[in-house]
Unconditional design. Structure first.
Length: 302
């Protein structure tokens, strides 16, 4: 199989490496020529000068995996590919795209007879060694064409990837996955904060994290990563208490509202990320003023 990868950042580059290790030929393109040349030297990837050159170096039916940030960058790339590809070719969006966009793009590409797969991709920087969990949406024909690559990218040929439904289902499943991730991360962080707060016990957080990795009902990969981090630094004094949200948690909360579903844990974990980013604290200042107004409570001044 020969396929293309557009976008050779941390995820895209490692996916190329894993595909090459699995015997799949890859034509790669990135804005950075330095990155393209480095991967070509390192893994035998076929370098492309641009999307037109990339498409020209693929056999029909062409398979092009796009691994770019969600939004305008991906939209522009798919627009250009729309004009370069032909009926029967396949485009895969492996980024964290809103599933509504995937449904729209799939319908748009289908007008030209171009297949589309939305691939929810989980695994992060560890995917190269451990494999990627792949949640893919699209037609049966598109998944059949893509299957050799999916089997190489996943942890195993037989598991770690699944055709979860029609176009949009892959990114929808990944959206919910990331919403769950928000809630799990928040619970682990709060628990360790509570442990640290009981100063009279002088608890060793690294020891407890390591302990819970073995046989505990809360053991997980997220706990493993937390325990490993605490082995190096339990005070975290050099880390600002600011937690960005990358979009998927918001989309999950919005979907819950649209469905009328109660998702208190996921929704509150998203709210806590918003609170961590609040540089002005206006709402809390207003609360302090209200307490003073009705009860004469003291107001702390800068």
């Amino acid at each position: 199989m020969r396929m293309a990868m557009v976008g050779l950042g941390k995820m895209g580059a490692n996916m190329v490496r894993r595909l090459r290790r699995g015997g799949i030929e890859v034509v790669g393109y990135d804005r950075s020529r330095e990155v393209v040349d480095a991967l070509a030297r390192e893994d035998g990837m076929v370098a492309a000068d641009g999307l037109a050159d990339l498409v020209a170096k693929l056999p029909a039916p062409r398979v092009v995996w796009v691994m770019l940030p969600a939004g305008e960058i991906t939209e522009a790339c798919l627009g250009e590919l729309h004009d370069l590809l032909s009926k029967g070719d396949l485009v895969i969006d492996g980024g964290n795209t809103n599933y509504h966009d995937s449904q729209r793009r799939g319908a748009w590409l289908a007008e030209q007879g171009i297949e589309f797969v939305d691939a929810g991709t989980s695994g992060g920087v560890w995917g190269l060694e451990n494999g990627y969990c792949l949640m893919v949406g699209g037609s049966a024909a598109a998944i059949e064409l893509l299957a050799p690559a999916l089997k190489v990218l996943a942890p195993s040929h037989d598991y770690g990837w699944a055709h979860v439904g029609p176009i949009g289902a892959g990114h929808f499943t990944k959206m919910v996955h990331n919403g769950i991730e928000y809630g799990m991360m928040q619970a682990i962080a709060e628990g360790f904060a509570l442990l640290r707060g009981k100063q009279e016990f002088n608890l060793d957080l690294a020891q407890i994290g390591e302990l819970w990795k073995h046989g505990s009902v809360v053991r997980s990969w997220l706990l493993d990563l937390t325990a490993d981090a605490l082995q190096n630094d339990q005070q975290l004094e050099n880390i600002k208490p600011i937690v960005p949200d990358s979009g998927e948690g918001r989309w999950t909360a919005i979907e819950a509202i649209d469905q009328g579903q109660a998702l208190p844990v996921i929704s509150m974990s998203l709210a806590m990320r918003f609170a961590s980013q609040d540089q002005h604290g206006y709402a809390n200042r207003l609360l302090s003023m209200m307490r003073n107004a009705f009860g004469g409570h003291a107001v702390a001044k800068k």
